[in-house]
Design a protein around this ligand. Structure first.
Ligand SMILES: [Zn+2]
Length: 286
């Protein structure tokens, strides 16, 4: 299946430039204290992401795109049945896709089978723009089924899917970045979109904090489901997964194999369960 040229000729160079700009911004204005050197993490996260990128380009985009084209021709799916056309159908499809991604992210945490793969992303001991690439290829593979299902059920226009995916990639790079935005600006952005401080809480070693802020582009879904957390200051967050704290266990080979072995309970190596009571504040903490 041939994808629209928009992806390779425009979006990919723009995304590469965005990563470069975010690398620069997070180096100049860091948000959280980092424990490891950028070069080491950059190499590990990007090499780990290569099989995932291949799956995305060869299957995770073309297969759901073909499914969406088929649904469009067969006049299948909610938006087709409602008779929505043009911009209205595209905007509705875009928003629906982001909401479905909220559920997909939720499922990746809640179902132990999916968590095996998503765990690899969360084991990063620092979080920055390179974490946005740190996904196990298994997670990308299962996304093919999820996306195909969503595109058919809701009858989402194929081009909307591609545009959504490009925006999603940009959003993922942005909210994983370690860029300290001025707090007032980030609070305003966080009325609408997921921001670095909001997503930082999702990468905390405290499980109840990880089990919050599942949004990807818009932050409304977490508000809707009462899973929005904004009350943890970034310097109080330890990034990672409680049971995987040793850098020597998180090498490339071990990360690729991680989903296929026994998964550890959410406990620190000394047996403690990290916890902290919610403050309940509704404003994004510094
Ligand atoms: Zn997650």
């Amino acid at each position: 299946m041939k994808l629209p040229p928009l992806l390779d000729s425009i979006a990919n160079p723009v995304l590469v430039a965005l990563v470069a700009v975010l690398l620069l911004l997070q180096w100049r204005f860091p948000l959280r204290h980092q424990h490891f050197t950028l070069l080491r993490r950059l190499v590990r996260n990007y090499v780990l992401s290569i099989p995932g990128f291949v799956i995305v380009r060869m299957a995770m985009l073309p297969i759901p795109f073909a499914v969406a084209l088929w649904a469009q021709h067969q006049h299948i799916g909610l938006l087709n049945w409602l008779g929505l056309h043009g911009w209205i159908a595209s905007i509705a499809g875009f928003v629906l896709l982001d909401y479905c991604y909220w559920w997909w992210h939720w499922a990746n945490h809640m179902f132990p089978f999916f968590w095996r793969f998503h765990n690899v992303h969360h084991t990063d001991l620092d979080m920055d723009v390179t974490t946005a690439a740190r996904f196990h290829f298994g997670e990308m593979f299962f996304s093919i089924g999820f996306l195909s299902l969503v595109l058919v059920v809701f009858g989402i226009v194929p081009l909307t899917f591609i545009v959504f995916f490009i925006v999603l990639e940009a959003a993922v790079c942005f909210h994983h970045s370690n860029w300290r935005l001025p707090i007032d600006i980030e609070r305003i952005l966080n009325w609408v979109i997921v921001t670095p401080r909001m997503h930082g809480i999702h990468h905390s070693i405290v499980q109840r904090e990880t089990n919050s802020n599942w949004g990807t582009i818009f932050c409304w879904w977490d508000k809707l489901h009462r899973t929005l957390r904004r009350d943890i200051p970034q310097d109080a967050i330890t990034i990672g997964v409680a049971a995987y704290r040793d850098e020597r266990e998180l090498t490339l080979g071990k990360l690729l194999k991680l989903p296929f072995g026994k998964q550890r309970e959410w406990r620190l190596p000394d047996g403690d369960i990290p916890d902290r009571s919610p403050q309940g504040a509704n404003t994004l903490a510094e």
